[in-house]
Write a protein that binds this ligand. Structure first.
Ligand SMILES: Cc1cc2nc3c(=O)[nH]c(=O)nc-3n(C[C@H](O)[C@H](O)[C@H](O)COP(=O)(O)O)c2cc1C
Length: 344
């Protein structure tokens, strides 16, 4: 009881000193500087993850995400209406090297290797073989080409894009059905259903098709309780399973991409939530506050690498029939969609 009182008083005193200091610095014209230091202090785990991730990326002999980015660039080159007889000379050697090293070290997943080989094979069959391209081709031929790979994971004609009978009204129905649900049945969520939902989530767009993030799934109640309490925001309800969405800055060589894994993971999350609904489950996103104490806690529990960071959590389960759902009114198109807004 006393401990609680003293710790509360201690943190209140710190908050007061902070407030007074901020006012003082603003008074002498250094408010922004003070805010910058404070903000850096709060965000230091994410900033460090960015630093460590990009540094590791630039140093590595092979990197899955750089490889996937380069294969994506090749696919774009191969998709031009008029194919350039020579392109990608500046990165084709590096790409084949990544493939050779990644395959040798068994660090790349089968799917990425198969797609990579398929596209490289198409590339080498279409471009003129300059000296640089010939060197890369020999390396590709000599080491990996004959190990077998899918032949059809290459750019295809619009006419071959599968059609879809899903109507606007059907998508609207699913969107109305999906709401943040906070009351669940006491039923265990199986990992198979999560993997099935991910099969839809993985089809979301991602910057250069890297997908530099992971879904950490937990369905043991004790662990779920421990995890879901870390961010706060779920007081008063029981969640049977949780996905922690973890971003990975090792997929990027430049700090400009600070948002990329967050955007990519979030886009996939929306498809994931819809997929869950079609499988009879419901979900609730759980905010991730960038507060140092939470960061320390979650890093320890999940044993995150220095270049990884939490984006958000998703609580999920089978909805309880007697639970209540907040209405959550949405803002109208006339207010949110700015049409041909004036440019200055
Ligand atoms: C990034 C994010 C963080 C959220 N964090 C929480 C949270 O911590 N606790 C909670 O109960 N709901 C949380 N939500 C759910 C929102 O409250 C909910 O999406 C919003 O009110 C709209 O309701 P709807 O999802 O039913 O459309 C979060 C949603 C998002 C997208």
């Amino acid at each position: 009881m006393n401990m609680k009182f003293f710790s509360r008083a201690f943190f209140k005193a710190i908050a007061l000193v902070n407030k007074i200091s901020y006012r003082f610095f603003r008074l002498i014209g250094l408010g922004y500087f003070y805010w910058l230091i404070q903000t850096f202090f709060k965000l230091r785990f994410k900033i460090k993850a960015l630093y460590k991730g990009t540094e590791k990326n630039r140093k590595e002999k092979y990197n899955l995400y750089n490889f996937r980015r380069n294969i994506h660039r090749l696919e774009k080159g191969l998709s031009y209406a008029t194919l350039k007889p020579v392109f990608a000379e500046d990165y084709i050697g590096e790409t084949v090297n990544y493939l050779v090293e990644g395959e040798k070290s068994k660090a790349f997943d089968k799917g990425s290797i198969g797609w990579g080989k398929s596209v490289l094979n198409e590339y080498f069959s279409k471009v003129n073989h300059t000296n640089t391209i010939t060197r890369a081709f020999e390396s590709f031929e000599g080491t990996t080409r004959n190990n077998g790979f899918p032949k059809n994971e290459i750019p295809y004609d619009e006419a071959l894009r599968p059609s879809s009978d899903i109507t606007y009204e059907q998508l609207m129905e699913l969107s109305i059905r999906r709401r943040s649900v906070r009351h669940y049945k006491d039923v265990k969520v199986d990992e198979d259903v999560i993997k099935k939902a991910y099969e839809i989530a993985k089809l979301s767009p991602s910057a250069c098709n890297r997908q530099s993030f992971h879904y950490y799934f937990y369905n043991e109640q004790k662990v779920v309780d421990k995890l879901s309490q870390v961010p706060g925001g779920v007081a008063g309800y029981q969640i049977p399973a949780v996905v922690v969405m973890v971003g990975n800055y090792n997929g990027y060589f430049d700090e400009r991409d600070i948002n990329a894994p967050i955007i990519d993971a979030s886009l996939s999350a929306m498809s994931f939530l819809y997929a869950l609904e079609t499988l009879g489950l419901a979900s609730v996103c759980i905010n991730w506050p960038n507060l140092p104490d939470r960061e320390k806690k979650i890093r320890k529990i999940l044993d995150l690498k220095e270049h990884e960071f939490v984006i958000m959590m998703i609580g999920l389960g089978y909805p309880e029939a007697t639970g209540k759902i907040p209405y959550s009114q949405k803002r109208p198109a006339d207010e949110v969609v700015k049409v041909n807004a004036i440019l200055k």
